[in-house]
Ligand binder design. Sequence first.
Ligand code: HEM
Length: 530
Amino acid sequence: MEAWFILLITISISVLTKILFNLLFSTKISSHKLPPGPPKFPVIGSLLWLTTSLYDLHLAISSLHSKFGPILTLHIGSLPAVFVADRRLAHQALVQNGAVFADRPPARGIEKINTSNQRTISSASYGSTWRFLRRNLASEILHPLRVKSYSHSRKWVLQLLKDRLESEFRGSGRICVMNHLQHAMFCLLAVMCLGDKVGEDDIEKIEVAHRRFLSNFVGFNIFSFCPSVTMVVFRNIWKKYLQIRQDQENTLIPLIRARKELKEEGLSKIKEGEFVLCYVDSLIDLQLPVEKRKLEEGEIVSLCSEFLSGGAETTTTALQWIMANLVKYPQIQEKLFRKIKEVVGEGEELIKEEDLQKMPYLKAVILEGLRRHPPAHMVVPHVVTEDTVIDKYLVPKNGTINFMVAEMGRDPKVWEDPMEFKPERFMSCDGEMVDVTGVKEIKMMPFGSGRRICPGYSLAMFHLEYFVANLVWSYEWKKLKGDEVDLSEQLEFSVGMQYPLQACISPRSIQMSTTSSVPDGFIFNKLHLS
Ligand code: HEM
């Protein structure tokens, strides 16, 4: 037979197969319905959802899941929003069908300004700009060798934290733990972002502007709906937002320029080996691949703001939850201290960073904290790039889909006594199999999973291990007399403690120098070191 004839037959068969497949496939998809959900009331429904606080929205969706099952639809805005509470469906979508589920919704209202028109990693559409910005963060800043180069900053921040804890405790006999954790973590991320030449005064200014934005974050949600109308109706809130953004720019831009100058002129003045690259340095010379231009200052501000909130806020929230559980359950704290002591030499004031990986119980405590109290109860909304079917339901092209992180970590079918704080569950053979990235299977997903998984997850785990280990190594943590640690939740930027942790500390070795000003009724004991 002639070669051209065989070729023609082969092409015809493959074209026909493709047409038949498409026909079958599209019939299959169009015959599927949206996941079930409450009735649709277009405008009023959307407004009701958008004016509900985000935490109440989480609670409402959780209770709707018990009525409609693990996948449901809400009509918020013009397109349906699907919510998934089942870990297997999450794996099917995010890992097995990763590319289809990796897009983000178009930015609206304040999101447009906040993200410089979707030029931040978390907001960018799935495509070359996203890939480029994400790769820059991962390879320039989150790479293990770079993370190691910030070791002296971590030491500085740990000392700052200990000084502040001790000073408050001496003054009032109690510590509002969260304020200090927040400041310490913010300082550390600010140094990683803006360089180690940035002073504490500048950090405080950035922190004030940043915290004003975060504390109004939930209220600004209203501008996601019909921004052109809501911006006029709620113009005072809109003006407040613009002022906050302006303050952020006013504090960050001079520091970005200073870094630019240092790079252009001052590098030669710095002794070799003393220069530590920061996130801003990596952004200054970056050329956007599609637009073929450098980033504007406003875009760098947005990326810094994402880095500071993504990196500091969530980690601090997780840190507070873990410390709260260690105060509430002294036997777990005691066991953790004993396990640390098996690795760290007696009399060592600080735990060596390389020793952290020799402490499996520490890791179990951190994982249990993230399972039981994930700082994000849902991920950032994803958008589906084509009509897709999961669990026999249609997820339509351009519809948003979200995943119920907290419900998966507390699913009684997967976790025994899910509301208990039991780090031991991660020490069993089974527990060691838990992979926080969910590549093989999802059991918990505090950092999301698939292509949009949090790029900072190993940095976050490392920071949590570093601070928890050192705080427990330095002090015995106790609840206030007559007080109970209340684990109720509250949503701001992340889901934190409604009643922030208050505690007493007692040094485990001679680290608090003066004992004369110790509050009455509290014994400074040198614990466990004999
Ligand atoms: C305990 C700490 C942290 C938690 C619980 C956390 C959690 C998350 C979650 C749930 C997402 C959304 C994933 C999705 O949409 O599917 C996310 C995204 C992200 N996180 Fe984190 N995160 C933490 C720390 C960090 C740190 C330390 C950084 C950077 C320094 C960071 C940077 C980001 C960025 C840039 C994204 C957007 C990723 C993308 O859209 O491609 N996060 N994080």
